[in-house]
Design a binder for this molecule. Structure first.
Ligand code: IMP
Ligand code: MG
Length: 178
């Protein structure tokens, strides 16, 4: 285990089972749809890479970068779109893939923004959710795992851009950011 990690919250195997479960639901729900996976950079890169390979449907991928976070651990509540989708989404069924829903601010604003495009539908999928921290009541259609109010890293999730390459999800030691 990494020296800055307090405890493993999800092992590689647990993550794989969770991704399988989500992919099965998505595969069942998006039959005969025109699925576009909108990958939210950078955090959901690792999750999305595993998820799309388990979805047994034709699909395309596109990338967005938006955040309500600076370099710290507290959400600013504002949405900044740093990179927008590139492909035409007219009539497409958009599935936004995020790593974690914390305050809910990022996804709420992103979903509202995308609902006002010409997409046929807009739904959200997140690997992790911290409901205790929710400030905005955003509807998330697919949730991998509900976790307690702890700061987690690994499997794409960062603290100051570090730890994204850990193969598991771990709770970061408080002394690292306090
Ligand atoms: P929200 O707008 O507060 O829901 O923030 C969502 C974003 O904050 C996520 O996409 C992550 O980038 C970041 N975030 C929230 N909680 C954590 C965490 O525990 N570890 C790493 N990043 C986090
Ligand atoms: Mg992040």
């Amino acid at each position: 285990m990494h020296k800055d990690v307090e405890k493993i919250l999800m092992s590689e195997q647990e993550i794989a089972e969770c991704v399988d479960m989500l992919a099965k639901k998505i595969t069942a729900d998006y039959q005969n749809k025109d699925l576009v996976i909108a990958i939210i950079l950078k955090g959901s890169l690792v999750f999305a890479a595993d998820l799309i390979r388990k979805i047994d449907l034709p699909l395309t991928i596109d990338f967005m970068q938006a955040s309500s976070y600076g370099s710290g651990t507290v959400s600013s509540g504002k949405l900044e779109i740093k990179k927008n989708l590139e492909d035409d989404i007219t009539g497409k069924d958009l599935l936004i893939v995020e790593d974690i829903v914390d305050s809910g601010n990022t996804l709420f604003h992103l979903k509202e923004y995308l609902k006002h495009t010409s997409a046929a539908s807009v739904k959200l999928c997140t690997l992790l959710s911290k409901p205790d921290r929710r400030e905005t009541d955003v509807e998330v259609e697919y949730i991998g795992k509900v976790i307690p109010d702890e700061f987690v890293v690994g499997y794409g999730l960062d603290y100051n851009q570090q730890y994204r390459n850990l193969p598991y999800i771990g709770i970061l030691k408080r002394e690292v950011y306090e």
